[in-house]
Write a protein of this length. Structure first.
Length: 456
């Protein structure tokens, strides 16, 4: 498979380059030159891991052979607590697909456990080291650390806002982690953390000096890995009599729902995606008006979705406009100059063929959490946003993605539902471990000094 940037289709990249670079040098997102064709019915009855192998192999060739892909998949999903990686539950008006049975109890493990191993393999092959730098509102940090812990070729610097992450999220980042992990508690907000990280990435000398790498959701390998659960969930439904199913997806950076869209494009029987935003309603406003205009982000009950820009949206737009990099360059330039761009009615119509979008308030989120709790099923606030959006939609057959375990947001779940949610013994013991944690003031030079002083 060859890849190119959404902003320049002439220069080609290999899968290995795509993983190591994250973002294209021209600022665009890297996308596969074509989508491989797979016959959904051929996957019938196969395990999650088998579906993953068949999906990933064409995207990773020729850098990885089918045997290598299979080994990476097997290692990545070994420490999930359910055999098929994901698990579904029937609720009153939808099926919930639980994606949170990995080591840090959020769906981000599904992609990061795999990306971590791919990255390590590539660094070994090239005899290289790298520095992974990221900002997290809680979930990405824990999942990246769990994936890269003790990998000697990677040093991980993860910034999180002091006092704004949950107890379990914090413990997963700074307890019982290896010497290659540097959790950085920032005196500032998540936006400050993101700003510092972006500024550091755009310093080319520093970037080269320490071999900076990103594992955020613009990394193609993460989008690819997330395609599996969509394909796995619908593979047996190809007969028209069974109808096509839709997915309700709690959305922040548009990575998760984009993965589903690619699976639909590859011919799997998916009707629509119900995009569930919280009060950060960028995509809902786009859907209503065709205008993409990021606003400052608001703090909500679902912090992993409190995002001002939906980075992966550029990949979707690239598909909607017929893979035209000139079109993307024009729109991105307008965004840079005017803080917004708008799309033509035919592009918006194409968007509506695959997506319905709802913005869900904090009150609605809390109401869903209380309602499902009363029915005996606790959901975390992100999953609740997805279920709330499903309620607003008239689509008949819907799978709502459960993106985090309620335990991960236990304080909030208890506060909203009134139900006690004791930590498991394993989490209890994790929380009691000594902290490995560094504090950082909100200054780019301090971050760069810190990284340089710890770099081998
Ligand atoms: C990251 C995250 C999301 C949002 O996913 P995107 O890929 O950014 O759209 C939703 N729920 C939880 C629990 C998350 O951690």
């Amino acid at each position: 498979m060859k890849y190119y940037s959404t902003r320049n289709c002439d220069k080609q990249y290999s899968f290995a380059e795509v993983v190591l670079q994250g973002l294209a040098p021209d600022g665009g997102l890297l996308v596969p030159a074509s989508l491989p064709s797979l016959t959904p019915s051929a996957l019938n009855g196969q395990s999650y891991q088998a579906v993953a192998e068949q999906l990933f192999t064409p995207f990773m060739a020729p850098d990885f052979s089918v045997t290598e892909v299979a080994a990476l998949v097997a290692q990545s999903y070994r420490n999930f607590t359910v055999a098929d990686v994901v698990q579904s539950k029937e609720l009153k008006d939808c099926t919930v697909l639980e994606l949170f049975h990995g080591p840090t109890l959020a769906f981000k493990d599904i992609a990061l456990q795999f990306l971590g191993r791919v990255l390590n393999e590539l660094l070994q092959q090239h005899d290289e080291h790298c520095v992974v730098l990221g900002a997290t509102s809680g979930d990405t940090g824990g999942a990246a650390i769990a994936a890269l812990d003790h990998m000697a070729r990677c040093q991980v610097f993860m910034l999180y806002p002091k006092g704004r992450v949950s107890l379990v999220q914090e413990a997963q980042m700074n307890r019982r982690v290896g010497d290659n992990i540097f959790p950085l508690e920032l005196e500032g907000s998540f936006d400050d953390a993101q700003h510092l990280v972006k500024a550091t990435f755009s310093d080319p000398d520093f970037r080269r000096a320490v071999k900076l790498t990103a594992v955020n959701s613009i990394n193609w390998c993460r989008v690819m890995a997330q395609m599996t659960y969509y394909a796995h969930a619908v593979k047996g439904r190809e007969r028209p009599s069974q109808g096509a199913v839709s997915f309700a997806v709690p959305t922040g950076n548009f990575g998760d729902v984009l993965a589903g869209y690619y699976v639909q494009r590859m011919g799997f029987p998916i009707d629509k995606f119900i995009v569930a935003c919280n009060e950060n309603d960028l995509i809902a406003r786009f859907s209503a008006s065709g205008v993409y205009r990021p606003n400052p982000s608001l703090a909500t009950l679902s912090p992993a979705m409190d995002i001002q820009v939906a980075s992966n949206f550029e990949r979707l737009l690239f598909e909607l406009c017929g893979r035209d990099s000139d079109y993307i360059n024009t729109k991105m330039e307008q965004l840079r100059l005017n803080g917004e761009f708008s799309v033509e009615p035919e592009i918006l119509a194409k968007f509506h063929q695959s997506f319905e979008v709802y913005a869900i308030s904090n009150d609605e989120t809390a109401a869903i959490m209380r309602e499902t709790a009363a029915d005996g099923y606790l959901v975390d606030p992100h999953t609740a946003v997805g279920i709330a959006a499903r309620r607003r939609s008239a689509l008949p057959d819907v799978i709502a993605l459960a993106t985090a375990h309620p335990l991960k947001f236990s304080e909030l779940v208890t506060q909203v539902t009134g139900q006690a949610l004791p930590l498991t013994p394993a989490l209890e013991s994790l929380v009691e471990q000594p902290k490995r944690c560094f504090t950082l003031v909100n200054q780019q030079s301090k971050l760069q000094e810190f990284i340089l002083s710890r770099c081998q």
